[in-house]
Design a protein around this ligand. Structure first.
Ligand SMILES: [Zn+2]
Length: 453
């Protein structure tokens, strides 16, 4: 086994990737949002990310919403993919095949699933009550997206034709991370779909079994179309969840699994970190034997709206991600890249992905010595302090003292970039302290009012 992981990747939504600072329309959360920035900011955001990736060992950048009419559609995507290729970075599309808007996320285009379903309502999925299936979203700002019926041949042919067209339209597109839809409510439950899933032993109200049959229904054919259109493109299959969390993945005889196993070894299977019990995984780390021939990606949500919050310092979590990937036979790792490395906490998370991808068995202290110290003014002890201070958002009462220490450290630093990293940390911590103090004050005032009643 190689001592290194192979590829490190960034996963991003177009609407909440913010590498150009101080522009209007920035969003810090959500999925399936409308794009709210000026059109040209899309390319600037991602070109900056590509530049950082090229300089810091990140091999690929995946984008949901890569194709959206309001930020330049296929023309902007083509320019961006070519820019990235020239820098040695691979941009790949992240898209739902039956849902999540399809390949062309929003706008008037032949690849728009939304438009196709509007013109071909027979291809829209049906929920248990017989109504049209919509991707369940809770935020009023989200797009409303109908889901397709995977048993519908017209729709399947349309999807395969679109994949072919996509890779011919953007020759520098580096691949696709494809999905089928991962929500019980967002899947088609027509008679044909239920029968098909039952025949594949997969119609269970238990993740991921119920959509396993939908994956097997299209991933192999879709992968073949992509590889024929562009032999260099990566075919990444979202597997939803983690292989340790469901015995279905260990069952080589499962009918859906048998279909998936027809895919060639160059296929990537992507596993998520939702619900992972790391202790249990460490005891039995290896991938299911029949899946070991594939490329694998372990994708984590740390330092995002879903885990810890944006800009959380997650060096230790990234270290554990790379260690467990390595020990289980997963060759590639992915994390969210939406936040600008101006935020030094995010910057160190990204640098950690590169470092632990290359050295998956090294310690966090090794990272502090090898990477952080030179970027923070040269002192290893201070790099360790940065790591310690970074976790104080959970102990805000300690922040005032920490910020005073940071001020002393800053007094001896001449390098502007090192100063930016420390001053960002101080301000980041202060924002948590500010919130803590105001919340405490409001609670005290409320208590006082109650006592006086
Ligand atoms: Zn159906």
């Amino acid at each position: 086994m190689s001592q290194k992981l192979q590829h490190k990747l960034f996963w991003n939504w177009d609407h909440s990737t913010n590498w150009k600072l101080n522009v209007n329309g920035i969003q810090n959360t959500g999925v399936g949002n409308y794009y709210t920035k000026a059109p040209e900011v899309f390319e600037t955001d991602f070109k900056r990310m590509v530049d950082f990736a090229a300089a810091n060992g990140i091999d690929g950048v995946g984008v949901v919403g890569l194709l959206r009419e309001c930020h330049g559609g296929e023309f902007a995507a083509r320019r961006l993919c070519t820019y990235a290729r020239e820098k040695g970075v691979r941009i790949y599309l992240i898209a739902g095949l039956y849902s999540y808007g399809g390949l062309f996320y929003e706008g008037n285009h032949p690849l728009s699933l939304e438009n196709f379903l509007a013109k071909n309502p027979d291809c829209i999925g049906r929920n248990i009550g017989g109504d049209k299936t919509v991707v369940p979203r809770t935020d009023k700002h989200n797009k409303i997206e109908y889901c397709g019926c995977p048993s519908n041949k017209t729709l399947n042919n349309y999807i395969l034709d679109c994949l072919d067209l996509l890779f011919r339209m953007i020759p520098d597109l580096g691949g696709i991370q494809m999905e089928v839809g991962d929500s019980w409510l967002g899947l088609c439950h027509c008679d044909k779909c239920r029968e098909r899933r039952e025949a594949m032993n997969a119609d269970k109200l238990r993740s991921p079994a119920f959509y396993f049959a939908d994956m097997a229904n299209i991933y192999p054919q879709a992968g073949e179309v992509v590889r024929t259109s562009n032999p260099d493109a990566w075919v990444i299959c979202e597997m939803y969840g983690h292989f340790r969390n469901n015995p279905t993945y260990f069952d080589a005889g499962n009918p859906a699994m048998k279909e998936l196993l027809k895919m060639p070894e160059s296929t990537f299977l992507q596993w998520g970190d939702r619900g992972v019990n790391y202790e249990a995984w460490a005891k039995e780390p290896l991938l299911p034997e029949h899946l070991r021939k594939y490329q694998h990606i372990f994708r984590c949500h740390h330092s995002t709206q879903w885990s810890g919050g944006r800009h959380t310092l997650a060096v230790e979590e990234v270290r554990r991600q790379c260690e467990m990937a390595y020990k289980s036979g997963i060759q590639n790792v992915s994390m969210f890249g939406e936040c600008s490395p101006f935020n030094s906490t995010s910057e160190f998370n990204y640098l950690a992905l590169n470092y632990f991808g290359d050295n998956p068995l090294n310690s966090t202290s090794d990272f502090a010595r090898d990477v952080m110290a030179p970027l923070l003014g040269g002192s290893y002890d201070n790099a360790l302090r940065f790591l310690k201070f970074g976790t104080l958002i959970k102990e805000p009462e300690k922040i005032t003292a920490a910020v005073q220490e940071i001020a002393k450290i800053c007094a001896s630093i001449k390098n502007a970039e090192a100063l930016r990293r420390w001053i960002y940390l101080a301000n980041y911590l202060n924002s948590y302290n500010w919130e803590f103090q105001h919340t405490k004050r409001a609670a005290n005032a409320a208590k006082l009012n109650l006592d006086m009643m």
